[in-house]
Design a protein around this ligand. Structure first.
Ligand code: ZN
Length: 55
């Protein structure tokens, strides 16, 4: 299991999610970014931050 918290990348957001693997987790994060943060696609820099925050 891997997990991610939006606030770990400095967002003022209480979103937390878990998934069976990183690929699944990335999909959930991308969906959350689109729906809640209005970010249609995360750039490379954001993904680096996200992957660092995933545990
Ligand atoms: Zn968020």
């Amino acid at each position: 299991m891997v997990s991610f918290k939006c606030k770990d990348i400095g967002m003022d957001c209480t979103f937390e999610t878990t998934a069976a693997n990183v690929q699944e987790l990335d999909e959930k994060i991308a969906q959350h970014a689109r729906e809640v943060h209005d970010i249609p696609s995360l750039d490379k820099e954001m993904w680096i931050k996200i992957h660092t925050a995933e545990k």
